[in-house]
Design a protein around this ligand. Structure first.
Ligand SMILES: [Zn+2]
Length: 391
């Protein structure tokens, strides 16, 4: 049996007046997802356990079957693994965002989705500030800093404080002084950098500050093969997902042109998934774009991102599975909701559908938040989903 998780990051949402009371999932044309819902069994999954932040890290660990209570040590250590950065005893990895702060307000958590090339130049300029120079450039605005301190500082994700005064959300608690000092010291270097001068001249947002958050030491977890008895692969543009894949012992496949945005290389990801399934039995295919649109509060873009996920990923993957002649199952879901109205993640349960060989339908017509409440699986803990898909 070939198992595929199709994960549209942050697809779930709340009803919007702008969409005549529909959610983006309900408003989007998504015939392939709806067909899976018709042919499969749906339900609601609790991906974020009580007491955990509703992030992609916690939610995707849950979906892969790893209880966050046992295995979650922070988001940045997962991203470190994805970037090939090894954490040793005492190392604490931090996410280091490029952000745009204007008049003390968090204007953009992504510095206008700065390009990876521009980011690399800026990271180079910041190295002299950093202890042991362990600052690593990532994809777009998502960088990594490794310190020997700061595990217990309380930091705030920058996408949670869009349009709010940053002074109210500085790091607090043990070792916070070091973090605040590094963030402040970066500002004059970034402000005077030619990369930012060029961005401003082009009407783009400058990366005029860094923001440290999501820190922790390396997690310990059993491999996916140990848990489920099968080899698998992870396909995602995002370091966080690649990191989870590495710690789970999955083959992490890099797809050229996978950007984490609406312009990502969908075709390349689908081809990589179908190719991987020739030599393994499990693929986790993650698409980031709906989440980014949610963070931007852009309804139209979110609907479009969902439609592209449906047309270019869900449809072709299912078609490929049908053609393969093998038994197959697909688990379709978002990791969490990223409601347009709050521009950040929420902890609401998310709709899911499991379809494929031997699955008897539960009579739903659509894949969305409301329909899923009537699904045959009811409300389940997300850590049980892979097990349910395998039965
Ligand atoms: Zn997410």
């Amino acid at each position: 049996m070939k198992l595929v998780v199709l994960l549209g990051d942050g697809m779930a949402d709340l009803p919007l007046a702008q969409l005549q009371g529909k959610t983006p999932l309900q408003a989007a044309k998504k015939p392939n997802m709806d067909l899976l819902a018709k042919q499969g069994r749906s339900g609601l999954a609790q991906t974020v356990p009580e007491g955990f932040p509703p992030g992609s890290d916690v939610a995707n660990l849950s979906v892969m079957g790893y209880s966050p209570g046992q295995h979650y040590s922070g988001r940045a250590p997962l991203e470190a693994a994805a970037m090939g950065v090894v954490l040793v005893e005492g190392d604490i990895a931090f996410r280091c965002n490029f952000v745009t702060i204007v008049n003390g307000i968090m204007q953009d958590y992504s510095a206008g989705h700065i390009t990876t090339e521009e980011g690399r130049e800026l990271i180079e300029a910041l190295q002299p500030l950093m202890p042991e120079r362990r600052l690593y450039a990532g994809v777009s605005y998502r960088n990594l800093l490794v310190l020997q301190a700061g595990a217990k500082a309380i930091c705030t994700p920058p996408h949670d404080i869009s349009d709010q005064p940053v002074a109210s959300y500085q790091p607090r608690g043990p070792d916070s002084e070091l973090l605040i000092r590094l963030m402040q010291a970066a500002q004059p270097i970034l402000a005077g950098h030619t990369v930012n001068a060029r961005r401003i001249a082009a009407g783009k947002l400058p990366a005029n500050a860094i923001w440290l958050w999501g820190q922790g030491p390396a997690p310990t977890m059993p491999s996916f093969a140990e848990k489920y008895g099968r080899k698998g692969a992870m396909i995602s543009a995002v370091d966080l997902l690649k990191g989870i894949g590495r710690y789970a012992g999955l083959e992490v496949i890099d797809v050229a042109g996978a950007t984490g945005n609406i312009d990502t290389n969908y075709k390349g990801k689908v081809e990589a998934a179908l190719q991987a399934l020739k030599s393994c039995d499990f693929v986790y295919l993650h698409v980031e774009a709906p989440d980014e649109a949610g963070h931007e509060g852009n309804t139209e873009l979110k609907v479009r991102a969902i439609e592209l996920f449906d047309e270019r990923v869900v449809g072709p993957v299912v078609e490929g599975l049908k053609k393969s002649g093998e038994d197959w199952r697909v688990l379709l879901l978002p990791d969490h909701a990223t409601p347009i109205s709050i521009k950040t993640h929420s902890r609401d349960p998310v709709p899911f559908t499991i379809a494929g060989s031997g699955v008897s339908p539960d009579g739903l017509e659509s894949f969305d938040e409301t329909a899923a409440k009537r699904g045959g699986h009811g409300l389940v803990e997300a850590t049980k989903l892979i097990g349910i898909m395998m039965r």
